[in-house]
Write a protein that binds this ligand. Structure first.
Ligand code: ADP
Ligand code: MG
Length: 675
C-alpha cells in the first residue's frame, strides 16, 4: 500500500527505471506526483465536424477510418503512416509519424476521436500526427502534463490515475470555517478533480481551492517576512556622496536615475534597513543606479555585495563598475563559480578583513563560507531570477543590511505591491536620451533566406547578430533546437562565418567563453536559447532573430529584444513564426507596436498566451505549483485579507487549525523564515 511519502518507484507500473524519468521532472514521492498538476487540459468533449472547425486550430473530431493504413518508409528511422478518415461529410487525410504501435492498432470502419491541428484544403482536410483514441473511450477533459522526451503526458496521467485510485481520502489541510467562508471544496475532491475533472465546473472548483491554499500560504509567508524585517539597523549612513559619483559617470544621469538613487540614499539615512525594488525597463540604466548607491555606502565605510544571476552578467557588472570607479581607490573583486580556488581564498580573506569594499558575483557570494567584515548593502540584479530565499540568505550575512533589488520585469504596480509586499519601489520610467527605436518585424519561415542575407550585410558593416531558438534537444520535434540549428547554419547559409552557440546545458565556463568571444566581436552570430535573456550588453549587436516566436511570453520577447539597440547603429528584431492562430499573430503584433515594457505587460495582461507574462519563475517568489499571480489576482487579494486575519488571531500559527498552514509556509519558503 502506498502513501503520500512513498517513493514513486513503488507505484504499480513504475519501478526503478521509470522512477528516474519522473525524478527528472522533480517528482520523487507520491506527494510530488499528485501535486504535479496538469499545465493545461484538452477538451475532447466538444466533438466537431470539419465544417465547424477553423483552419490551423487545435480541434477534436469524431471520424470513421475508411481506408487501411499505408506504410511509407521515408528514410532510415522515419516511417510515415497514411490513412483517411471521414466525419460523414469531409475526408480527413491523416499522417502518423513513426508511431507503429498506433498505426497498427487502427481498424477500418471503426470510430475514432482525432485531436490536433486541422488544416483545411478546398475539398478535404489534413491532420499531421493527431492524437487518436477510440471514440468509445472518449472521456471528455484530458489533463496535459509537462512532459519529457521519454515520458509523455499520457504516461504521466496513467501513473497519476493509478496512484489516486490506490490512495485513501486526503487529509484536509484547511480549517472548515475558512473553507465555508471562502466557499472552497475539500482537498480530496480538489486533488482528484484537478487531474481528472468530471466537467469544467468541477475543474474550476478544484482549481480555486488549490490556488487559494497556495496563495494563502504565500501571503502568510510574505507577511511574516515583512514583519520580521522591521528591525532597526545600525548601518545608518551619515553623508550623501551622490554628486561626487555623478562626476565619475561618462554620461549625465536621467531624472529617473537620480530619483531612484536619491530614494535609496534616503532609505539608508533612515532608522530601518533599506528594502527597495528598482524597476526599470531594459536599457533604462539600472547599473548606474546600483553604482551610485554603492558609492555612497562605501564612502560611509560599508562593504557592498552585488549579485547577478549569471556569470556573464556578474562579469559585465564588474567591468562596468570597475571602469566607473577607477581612480577612486575603491577595491572591487569578482567572485563567481569559476574563480580559481586560490584567488577565491584570497578574496574571501580580504572580505573578512575589509580590504575589499565591493564584491560582485553570482550565487557563489551567498555560500556559507563567504564572510564580510562590515557588510552594509546588498544589491541583487535582475532579481526575478533569484528567490526570496536567496535574498533573505544574503541579507543574513550582515546585520540588518540594506537591500536593493533591481528588476527589468515590468509588473503593474498593484501586483508588485502584493507580491513584493515586503519592498518599497522606485521605477525608472525614462530611457537615456538618444536611444533608437528597434525596428520589429513579424515574418514566417519563408523569409529565412532573406533574414540570413540581412544578417550577412550587418556583419559586413561590422555588426553582430543573435538568433534565439526556444529549446535544446527536447522531445518536441517541431521546435528547432539550438544545437541542430547552429550545426545546419554553419554548413549552409553561414559557412565560413564564426558562429557561437549558447544554451542552458553548457557549463558556466564554456558559456562564459562563448559570451566573451561574442562580446569581443570574434563571434559574429550567436545562436542561443533564452540564456541571453537578461542583462547582457553587446553594443555592436544590431540584429535579433527569434525563431518560433509564438512560443515565448511577450515579456520574454521584450527582454530578448532589449539585447539589441544598445549602440549607435540602427537595430532590428525579427520575430519568426509560422503560427496560424489569430491570437498568436495579435500577440506578436503587440511587439511590433510597442517598445515600452510596461505597455507590453499591460497588453499581455489583457490577452494571456503561452509562456505567459511572467514566463518561468520571473517573479523571484517561491515556486508555485498551480497559482498564477496575474490570472488569479482576485484570489490573491482575498488571500491577502485572509492572511491578515489569520495572523491577527494567531501570529505564530500555533493553533491546531493552522498547523498545516505553518508547515506549508516553511515548506514553501524553506530557510528564509524562522517562525
Ligand atoms: P539595464 O540594466 O537597466 O538594462 P544598463 O545599466 O545595462 O541598463 O544600461 C544600458 C546602457 O545605457 C549602458 O550601455 C549604459 O552605459 C547606458 N546608460 C545608462 N545610463 C545612461 C544615461 N543616463 N545616459 C546615457 N547612457 C546611459
Ligand atoms: Mg541590467
Amino acid at each position: 500500500m502506498i502513501n503520500l511519502n512513498s517513493d514513486i518507484k513503488y507505484i504499480k507500473g513504475v519501478g526503478e527505471k521509470r522512477a528516474e524519468l519522473f525524478n527528472k521532472l522533480g517528482i520523487f514521492d507520491v506527494r510530488g506526483l499528485v501535486t504535479f498538476y496538469p499545465r493545461n487540459y484538452q477538451d475532447w468533449s466538444k466533438e466537431m465536424t470539419v465544417e465547424q472547425c477553423s483552419d490551423g486550430e487545435n480541434v477534436c473530431i469524431k471520424a470513421t477510418l475508411i481506408t487501411s493504413v499505408k506504410e511509407h518508409l521515408i528514410r532510415k528511422g522515419i516511417t510515415l503512416y497514411k490513412c483517411n478518415f471521414t466525419d460523414g461529410k469531409t475526408v480527413i487525410h491523416v499522417t502518423i509519424f513513426n508511431n507503429k504501435y498506433l498505426a497498427k492498432s487502427l481498424k477500418e470502419y471503426e470510430d475514432y476521436i482525432l485531436f490536433g491541428k486541422l488544416e483545411k484544403t478546398f475539398t478535404s482536410a489534413n491532420m499531421s500526427s493527431p492524437k487518436i483514441e477510440k471514440a468509445e473511450n472518449n472521456n471528455g477533459i484530458h489533463p496535459i502534463y509537462r512532459a519529457t522526451e521519454k515520458l509523455n503526458s499520457k504516461a504521466i496521467s496513467k501513473v497519476i490515475k493509478t496512484a489516486l485510485d490506490s490512495l485513501p481520502t486526503f487529509d484536509e489541510t484547511l480549517d472548515s470555517e475558512l473553507r465555508q467562508k471562502y466557499n472552497l471544496v475539500s482537498l480530496d475532491y480538489a486533488i482528484r478533480q484537478i487531474h481528472f475533472p468530471n466537467d469544467f465546473e468541477s475543474l474550476q472548483k478544484a482549481k480555486k481551492r488549490l490556488v487559494f491554499e497556495e496563495l494563502l500560504t504565500l501571503q502568510l509567508g510574505l507577511l511574516k517576512l515583512k514583519s520580521k524585517k522591521k528591525k532597526e539597523t545600525a548601518l545608518k549612513i551619515t553623508k550623501d556622496y551622490t554628486n561626487e559619483f555623478y562626476t565619475l559617470l561618462p554620461f549625465t544621469p536621467t531624472g529617473a536615475q537620480q530619483r531612484a538613487i536619491s530614494d535609496c540614499v534616503n532609505d539608508m539615512f533612515g532608522k530601518y534597513p533599506m528594502n527597495r525594488l528598482v524597476q526599470g525597463d531594459v536599457g533604462s540604466g539600472k547599473t548606474a543606479v546600483a553604482g551610485g548607491v554603492i558609492y555612497t555606502a562605501i564612502k560611509n565605510g560599508f562593504q557592498c555585495a552585488m549579485m547577478a544571476p549569471t556569470e556573464i552578467l556578474a562579469t559585465q557588472h564588474f567591468e562596468t563598475l570597475s571602469k566607473i570607479l577607477i581612480g577612486t581607490g575603491i577595491k572591487i573583486a569578482l567572485l563567481t563559480g569559476s574563480t580559481p580556488l586560490k584567488e577565491k581564498r584570497e578574496i574571501k580573506r580580504k572580505l573578512i578583513n575589509g580590504e575589499i569594499e565591493l564584491a560582485i558575483g553570482t550565487h557563489a557570494l551567498i555560500q556559507n563560507d563567504v564572510e564580510f567584515k562590515n557588510l552594509g548593502l546588498v544589491i541583487t540584479d535582475e532579481q526575478h531570477r533569484f528567490g526570496v530565499n536567496q535574498r533573505a540568505n544574503l541579507a543574513m550575512k550582515g546585520n540588518d543590511v540594506h537591500t536593493l533589488v533591481m528588476s527589468a520585469t515590468p509588473i503593474p504596480r498593484t501586483l508588485a505591491l502584493m507580491i513584493y509586499g515586503d519592498l518599497d519601489i522606485s521605477i525608472l520610467d525614462e530611457l537615456p536620451p538618444g536611444r533608437q527605436e528597434i525596428r520589429t518585424d513579424v515574418v514566417n519561415s519563408s523569409y529565412h533566406e532573406r533574414i540570413y542575407k540581412f544578417i550577412k550585410n550587418a556583419i559586413a558593416r561590422g555588426e553582430q547578430a543573435y538568433i534565439v531558438c526556444p529549446l535544446v534537444e527536447e522531445g518536441e520535434s517541431e521546435l528547432i533546437s539550438a544545437t541542430q540549428y547552429a550545426e545546419n547554419l554553419s554548413k549552409t547559409a553561414f559557412k565560413g562565418y564564426n558562429l557561437g552557440l549558447l544554451h542552458g546545458k553548457m557549463k558556466a565556463k564554456d558559456k562564459e567563453k562563448v559570451m566573451s568571444a561574442f562580446s569581443a566581436g570574434d563571434i559574429k552570430i550567436l545562436i542561443s536559447t533564452t540564456v541571453i535573456e537578461v542583462g547582457v550588453d553587446v553594443p555592436d549587436a544590431t540584429v535579433m532573430v527569434i525563431e518560433n516566436a509564438e512560443r515565448f511570453g511577450l515579456s520574454q520577447l521584450h527582454q530578448l529584444r532589449g539585447r539589441v539597440g544598445r549602440g549607435s547603429e540602427k537595430s532590428f528584431c525579427i520575430l519568426v513564426s509560422d503560427s496560424k492562430s489569430e491570437t498568436s499573430k495579435e500577440r506578436l503584433n503587440i511587439m511590433k507596436k510597442y517598445s515600452d515594457g510596461f505597455k507590453i505587460a499591460d497588453e499581455d495582461l489583457k490577452q494571456r498566451g503561452p509562456g505567459d507574462f511572467f514566463g518561468n519563475r520571473q517573479h523571484g517568489l517561491p515556486d508555485l505549483k498551480i497559482a498564477d499571480m496575474l490570472s488569479d489576482m482576485e484570489t490573491l487579494k482575498l488571500c491577502r485579507e485572509c492572511a491578515d486575519e489569520i495572523l491577527k488571531q494567531d501570529y505564530n500559527l500555533d493553533l491546531p487549525k493552522n498547523r498545516h498552514l505553518a508547515n506549508a509556509i516553511s515548506d514553501m519558503f524553506r530557510n528564509s523564515i524562522s517562525n
